[in-house]
Design a protein around this ligand. Structure first.
Ligand code: ADP
Length: 635
């Protein structure tokens, strides 16, 4: 087969250009991480080869000793990182290096502000990988050949990181990838064997294959250096960190290992390292990051847990290893109880995987529970980053619902700020004496929730209400209907029944008022007709004349609006209009004999109630017209 050797010059994807530009200008404080990123890629390439070779031994050619080499050349001012891993073919180079195929990239770039300090924070969430080479290099040359292809299918890729790269087919005798960094002016500190060794030990000590360098030449007694014999030396420990005993691992080692597996710049918030023996044998080392990744909202992007079998990397796919609501967890699971040639299909129905997953989830949740109890500040940091994702939990993970419920945090009418700090246990602990329900309101924003007319009677009676304003909250309350034997009750749904919180006298007085207003209620019902499911007198309002509520089993108005905004067909359920008998407007209405005027009043009351809970009017212009007419009459 002929080889298409032509050289072509291609442009980087716009996003890559932006990324490169940002990186070169904003990562000046921590430049050395480029080596960690490139070594991590090389290690992944070795892992991939090992895996593919399980079913095709020939891929090893005659070189089965996988390693990574790091070399530098002071005169040429280059650093070269070489691996004998899987390598890439021409198309893979084009696809992998030069485009960012990751989902969520657009959203990430949408967040960039142009403010360097802010943007360099963001880039930490993105994980720069290969491109980090351009932090220190103004030209990068990559030679690679995919394992299994013949020598004439090598590829040469080169770029100055300024918008273009060239690619051509070359001869390459050895498989794998060799990356040469031509250092920028002023980056000579990296042309130093001791410095490079230091960086490798700092970040990559526990990569599970040897990172080899030439031994530093030691001058003899006369100060002469004999460079005719060059010896190799393995710089890192080359043991997989998770295989060591906890006592032999320092916090710093855990942190560095995390940064390498997660491509994160920041320390993890916490981790859990477990060796499990018994029915299923495995080791897990799981990390809770301190910051949400840029693609946290992409529920389909499941990555972050690397599965190893007997220390051989099998795949990175958390789908089977973590539930979606824990998709931000990073780490490694290594088991002896699966065959090396395990496939995705086998994983899906594997009892071993099931039991590892169940136990791992328990570990993470117990780690979080501990943090919530013993380190509330850490936990509130965690909650800010991942709280909304944890709220997906009760709907997804029935078995752990109770544990998850205890981990939830909310803003409430008592907490006094948008910050979500109140746990359900806190809430239950300060419930009123005869209160038997946990009350909540869902709304589009904190302000809309806090100022909702539905809260008026609760404020009067001093009853705390959870203010739920995250999009996920509607789903949360759908799946979490009880906590600690107490029902979660929307204050905007159903007939307000404060149960024991109302005394006999109050109840009697209410009944009388309702009787008094029977005629009015009938008349309003007739006027509004199709627009409402029902009209009734309420005692939940103190300041507002009217409000809308949903029937107990109907969809909440907030959820209906969210679904509509998301383009879904919703067969909207009609609301119930409740009138406040104490309000002068309602009293006035009672005495209105003119049917036209009565109709206008009712229509205004209804529209106001809709607006107050964040709804949209069908016919705003006629609302304004009617209101103005009323105002003029009053003037
Ligand atoms: P990431 O590692 O997060 O996927 P990178 O930008 O670091 O992103 O790398 C992009 C892709 O390029 C990798 O996923 C891999 O497919 C390929 N790649 C990078 N370095 C190597 C290498 N040394 N050997 C083989 N493939 C590589």
């Amino acid at each position: 087969m002929g080889v298409d050797a032509h050289k072509e010059t291609l442009g980087f994807q716009t996003e890559v250009k932006q990324l490169l530009n940002l990186m070169i200008h904003s990562l000046y404080s921590n430049k050395e991480i480029f080596l960690r990123e490139l070594i991590s890629n090389a290690a992944d390439a070795a892992d991939k080869l090992r895996f593919e070779a399980l079913s095709d031994d020939a891929l090893y050619e005659d070189d089965a000793e996988l390693n990574i080499r790091v070399a530098f050349d002071e005169k040429a001012r280059t650093i070269t990182i070489t691996d004998n891993g899987i390598g890439m073919n021409r198309q893979e180079v084009i696809d992998n290096i030069g485009t960012i195929a990751r989902s969520g990239t657009k959203a990430f770039f949408g967040q960039l502000t142009g403010d360097q300090a802010k943007d360099s924070q963001l880039i930490g969430q993105f994980g720069v990988g290969f491109y980090s080479a351009f932090i220190v290099a103004d030209k990068v040359t990559l030679k690679t050949r995919r394992a299994g292809l013949t020598a004439e299918h090598g590829v040469l890729w080169e770029s100055g990181g300024e918008g273009e790269f060239s690619i051509e087919t070359i001869e390459k005798a050895t498989r794998g990838t060799e990356i040469t960094l031509h250092l920028r002016e002023g980056e000579d500190e990296f042309l130093n064997g001791w410095r490079i060794r230091n960086i490798i030990r700092k970040y990559s000590d526990h990569i599970n294959l040897p990172i080899v360098m030439n031994k530093e030449p030691v001058p003899d007694e006369d100060g002469k250096i004999d460079d005719s014999v060059i010896e190799d030396e393995t710089v890192n420990k080359a043991t997989a960190l998770w295989t060591l005993s906890k006592n032999d691992i320092s916090d710093d080692q855990y942190k560095e290992f995390y940064k390498q597996v997660a491509h994160d710049f920041e320390d993890p918030l916490s981790w859990s390292h477990n060796k499990v023996e018994g029915n299923t044998e495995y080791t897990s080392l799981l990390f809770i990051p301190s910051r949400a990744p840029f693609d946290l909202w992409d529920r389909d992007r499941m990555h972050g847990i690397k599965l190893y079998v007997k220390r051989v990397f099998i795949m990175e796919d958390s789908e089977q290893l973590m539930p979606r609501y824990l998709r931000f967890i990073r780490g490694v699971i290594d088991t002896n109880d699966l065959p090396l040639n395990v496939s995705r299909e086998i994983l899906q129905s594997s009892k071993v995987i099931d039991s590892i997953r169940t136990a791992s989830v328990k570990k993470i949740l117990s780690e979080l529970s501990k943090m919530a109890k013993n380190e509330p500040e850490q936990y509130s940091k965690f909650w800010k980053e991942f709280g909304q994702v944890i709220k997906e939990g009760p709907g997804e993970d029935f078995a752990n619902k109770e544990t998850l419920a205890k981990l939830l945090r909310f803003a409430t009418t008592e907490s006094g700020s948008t910050e979500q700090t109140v746990s359900l246990e806190d809430y239950v602990g300060r419930m009123k004496e005869k209160q038997d329900k946990i009350y909540y309101i869902t709304a589009e924003s904190y302000a809309a929730a806090k100022n909702s007319p539905h809260l008026e009677v609760f404020r009067k009676k001093g009853i705390e209400v959870l203010l739920l304003t995250d999009r996920v909250d509607e789903w949360l309350v759908n799946s979490l209907t009880d906590f600690d034997g107490k029902h979660l009750q929307s204050v905007a749904k159903g007939d307000l029944d404060l149960g024991e919180l109302e005394d006999e006298q109050e109840k009697k007085a209410h009944e009388e008022v309702e009787k008094n207003f029977e005629d009015l209620v009938e008349r309003v019902k007739k006027t509004l007709d199709e627009k409402v499911k029902d009209v009734r007198i309420t005692h939940r309002l103190t300041d507002s004349p009217a409000c809308l509520v949903a029937d107990n089993y109907d969809m909440s108005a907030n959820l209906e609006r969210m679904l509509k905004a998301a383009g879904q067909q919703v067969s909207g359920s009609k609301p119930i209009l409740e009138l406040n008998p104490e309000h002068p407007m309602v009293a006035k209405l009672k005495d209105e004999s003119n049917d036209d005027k009565f109709g206008d009043w009712v229509s205004i009351l209804f529209d106001q109630a809709l607006l107050a809970e964040g709804g949209q009017l069908d016919d705003p212009a006629s609302f304004v017209k009617k209101l103005n007419a009323m105002l003029l009459q009053q003037a």
